[in-house]
Ligand binder design. Structure first.
Ligand SMILES: Cc1ncc(C[n+]2csc(CCOP(=O)(O)OP(=O)(O)O)c2C)c(N)n1
Ligand SMILES: [Mg+2]
Length: 429
């Protein structure tokens, strides 16, 4: 497993991180000029996450970005003009002006699944992509991202459990940027590390400093390699900080000022610049060359986007539904005969000697016999069955009038209730 980067790769990481930051900086300016149709969800301070993780993927691999992962699109080969035109809803954009943020993908060449706005839903989708790739013999890895907030959705747990059970070649990155809108992580989950949840699914996890791009890359590359070797999935939690509000409208006044101050000292690009200098991987001339290149590319692409036309009204109905505009054909990389006719991988043999889940595990049984009170007896313990029998009968889904417990309560009340006698009225004679 080789996670070491060459000098060229080190410089490319810088190029992508800086391109990511400068591109978003321009999007913010365009937003203020009212030229952006959708929202701008800044990933300022989180660039090392998008770049370090996606850089670990190969060309054949698949990813699905979330709103703060524009950087992953750049790594996968989309150009800044795609992002500019998309946010400005221009006809030249990947969706021909049908979206104002980054809801676009490329299933054929770049292997990018479009973001899904419902948080968490990309997890089962990408677990499925990973499984499909394995079925077709492609030896691919699928990757997606989820925020700390999004990790509380049902889809997160369902998708991760599916991936874990299927041992899917799937890397899930939890981007813990401390906030989900105005909710801090501590008010959302009672655990310190979101990666701890991996244990519940029996999968490997890693916790990484999300502002250290080399650490993020190395952890991601190791995870990708493990998945490709059939030991997936892997959950990576990157600890970072959202340095702006949720989107442009949010001044983030609920974030303590000291918190921003601390995280400013951890800026991923400044840290990486110092790293490159310390390890003599560049000099000021090289840095300037890359910065000039970024500026030139962004100038060109921004100009292209600003000069592009808005979509003509009559195109509004076009491209909404697929009308044979593209085909999605399975790309088989192994003989179909290997899986045709479909056969179950489960051997059709019933070897259950202990009635499966109903059995009392040996260790438990022994301790129950020995009278260890802290150990819960198994469910089928005769004693427990007895206890159950003694419970008042209840009708399912609540109590009805025929419930015995209702009847008992009614009788108890009758007994307890003091009987009040009306004072005897004297009759006048
Ligand atoms: C299932 C679902 N619930 C709520 C939302 C609305 N929503 C969009 S982003 C967001 C906050 C997400 O926070 P987090 O997952 O931490 O990601 P971050 O914004 O910090 O990158 C919410 C609540 C949604 N899109 N989907
Ligand atoms: Mg968050």
């Amino acid at each position: 497993m080789n996670t070491k980067l060459t000098r060229e790769q080190h410089l490319e990481l810088y190029y992508f991180m800086q391109l990511n930051r400068q591109l978003e900086d321009r999007l913010v300016k365009l937003f203020r000029q009212n030229k952006i149709v959708g929202g701008v969800y800044s990933s300022l301070g989180q660039e090392a996450v998008s770049i370090g993780t996606s850089y670990a993927l190969e060309k054949r691999d698949w990813l699905a970005p979330m709103i703060r992962n524009i950087g992953t699109l750049l790594v996968k080969g989309f150009k800044p003009r795609d992002i500019f035109t998309q946010h400005m809803a221009k006809y030249t954009s990947p969706t021909h002006g049908k979206d104002g943020t980054s809801h676009f993908g490329d299933l054929k060449v770049r292997h990018v699944v479009s973001p899904i706005s419902m948080l968490g839903d990309l997890i089962p989708v990408m677990a499925g992509v990973a499984m499909a790739g394995r079925y077709l013999g492609q030896n691919i890895v699928a990757m997606t991202w989820i925020g700390d907030g999004g990790s509380s959705t049902g889809a997160f747990h369902e998708g991760l459990n599916l991936a874990a059970t299927q041992k899917a070649p799937f890397v899930l990155v939890i981007e813990n940027n401390q906030w989900a809108y105005s909710t801090p992580v501590s008010l959302q989950v009672p655990i310190r590390n979101l990666a701890d949840r991996a244990a519940a699914y029996g999968i490997t996890s890693r916790i990484v400093d999300g502002n250290d791009v080399v650490a993020v890359y190395e952890a991601s590359k190791a995870a990708v390699d493990e998945c490709r070797a059939g030991r997936g999935p892997v959950l990576i939690e990157v600890k970072t900080m959202r340095m702006k509000g949720h989107a442009q409208h949010d001044p983030a006044e609920y974030v303590p000022k000291e918190m921003f101050e601390y995280w400013k000292t951890q800026d991923p690009i400044a840290r990486y610049e110092a790293y490159l200098t310390k390890h003599a991987l560049w000099d000021p001339k090289k840095k300037s060359e890359i910065d000039v290149r970024i500026e030139r590319e962004l100038d060109e692409d921004q100009k292209f986007a600003e000069e592009s036309p808005m979509p003509a009204p009559e195109t509004a109905e076009q491209g909404v539904y697929c009308e044979g505009c593209h085909t999605i054909a399975a790309d088989w990389r192994r003989p179909k005969s290997e899986v045709m006719p479909p056969a179950s991988s489960v051997e059709a043999v019933w070897k259950v000697t202990d009635f499966g889940a109903f059995a009392r595990p040996a260790a438990r049984a022994a301790s129950v016999v020995a009278g260890v009170s802290s150990v819960q007896p198994a469910r089928t313990e005769p004693a427990e069955v007895e206890v159950e029998k003694q419970q008042p009968l209840r009708v399912p889904f609540g109590r009805g009038p025929k419930d015995r417990s209702v009847e008992l309560e009614r009788r108890e009340k009758l007994v307890e209730k003091p009987v009040r006698h009306k004072p005897h009225k004297r009759r006048r004679r």
